[in-house]
Design a protein around this ligand. Sequence first.
Ligand SMILES: Nc1ncnc2c1ncn2[C@@H]1O[C@H](COP(=O)(O)OP(=O)(O)OP(=O)(O)O)[C@@H](O)[C@H]1O
Length: 599
Amino acid sequence: MLIKENENLRGRVQQLEISLQQRAEQLSQLESKSEQREWRRGEELRQREDRVRELELELNKERGKEPVVKYVTQTVEVESPATVRQLTKARQRNEVLSERLSSQNERCKQLEEQIRKSDEYSCNLQHKIAAYEREIGKLREELLKEIGHLEERKEEAVKAAASCSAEHFQNLQDQFFTLQKRLTALPPTLRSMKTDYASLRSQVRNFSEFYGAAINEAKKQISAAISEMSEANKDLLEKYRKEVALRRKLHEQLVELKGNIRVLCRVKPVLKEDQHEEGQSVVVTTDPNNESSLTVMNKGKNRSFELDKVFQPHATQEEVFQEIEPLVTSCIDGYHVCIFAYGQTGSGKTYTMEGSVENPGINQRALKHLFSEIEERKDMWSYTVTVSSVEIYNEVLRDLLSKDGEKLDIKINPDGTGQLHVPGLRVIEVRSFQHIKKILATARRNRITFSTQMNQHSSRSHALLCITVQGTDLASGSKTTGKMNLVDLAGSERVWKSGAEGERLKEAQNINRSLLALGDVIQALRGRHTHIPFRNSRLTYLLQDSLGKGSKTVMVVQVSALERNLGETLCSLKFAQRVCKVELGPAARKIESGGGLCD
Ligand SMILES: Nc1ncnc2c1ncn2[C@@H]1O[C@H](COP(=O)(O)OP(=O)(O)OP(=O)(O)O)[C@@H](O)[C@H]1O
């Protein structure tokens, strides 16, 4: 710090010296200027004095010219006018000269005044120079004092630094000595550590030599045991899978024999848009090794549901259709078939039945399969396929293949067959799969149009696609009539949950009336009642010949895996389990062999 201060002071002294030098230079410049001025003034004064002298001389000369004029004057007075004129001229000239003399005198006075002023000015300058010199002298003294002062402080600082560094040096020396002492003590410890390390290393080497072989042997044994175990596991898993498949097949046969309604369950995958709301934890789990069960976690307890088939959330549209395909074939063979999707709003019913343009659902895949089967059988059978499509909303039936959306009614066919028919319903004969694609698109479009006209009701209406396949055996002439109802039901929410009032309540009650009626029909079928209440709703009435005795029915129950839908999921699964138990009796083929209809 002292050194720094010293440096600062030195800097200041240097600055002062520089400013002193500058001042001295300024002073010398001033001095030389004033000398020049003085010299110029002396010069001017000299010139003027010379001029004054010249003028005085001239004046004296003029004065010295003389009596001739006087004489001439007298002569002129006496003798001639020419002389008088000359005299007047001389007088005039005399006056001019006297004027010039007085002006020269005036000029002389002025010059004398100027000389006096310049003397004063130079005197002032000399005073100023003296004052500057005094100031410089003072500054010089101050500077010398400051320098002396600084020198003193510098010496003091140097002394202090020297004493301090001596102390520091002493400390360092002490530390050095102690370190030296400790260093001399270190080698023995290091030596002992080295010996310890060497002995440990040799122990480790011996250890791996001694026990390496044993460890290798143990490893081999363990890996052999593991591979044996995994082989055994694989065997067991394979056996288990076979067992499950066999059990399923037997179950299916039993279902076929009893005519049970098959219940499939599809768990909707958790989509990105579902993740923004609350209650997004997953409460439904499926078992990849057991395709007929799923577990629901409710209030910390797991509840299992046994169904005919459970699809994993990632199951594809094709995988779902694979389960339905045999029913489509049955329809061509002359059976009455019904496939319906059940579940709460947004659980994926429309996705499963209709699908999207790029990834179609059961409806389109079923019709594609139907036409490819018909193509394969064309040498032995000829078929006529007709379709109709209706929507039931608020217990009102509308034709989805007709633009005007006229209300329709269900009646008993007056032909005496006891069959139902809907007067005014558009029934289209389909010639190819491409044709049916257009028809499906029309139905979808009309459903959207009706929905927009009537307050977005599509998720609160039931949509039915009815396909009739009439076949004629080219050899025997016998005829079959198969029917297939593909139903996308309205959302199965409970009325109280929807919080509906007025029109909405009526609507919700009507949806529920249809679904309740469906439940009652199922209950009655399950209990083998003699009276099945098909007529309690438009839906059950229409499905009468596909849900009744001897029909093949599949229900796809759609569930959401999310916690917020737990209540609805449990309700749907309970309903599905009840449906599982319904026995429609062995399926019956509707075939007409010349004489009449036989089952
Ligand atoms: N398995 C699935 N994979 C991918 N997306 C699905 C799946 N199931 C449903 N979705 C999507 O979830 C949304 C709701 O499905 P969908 O409209 O089929 O439900 P819904 O049960 O018919 O509803 P609503 O009763 O209101 O008609 C749709 O965007 C649909 O594409």
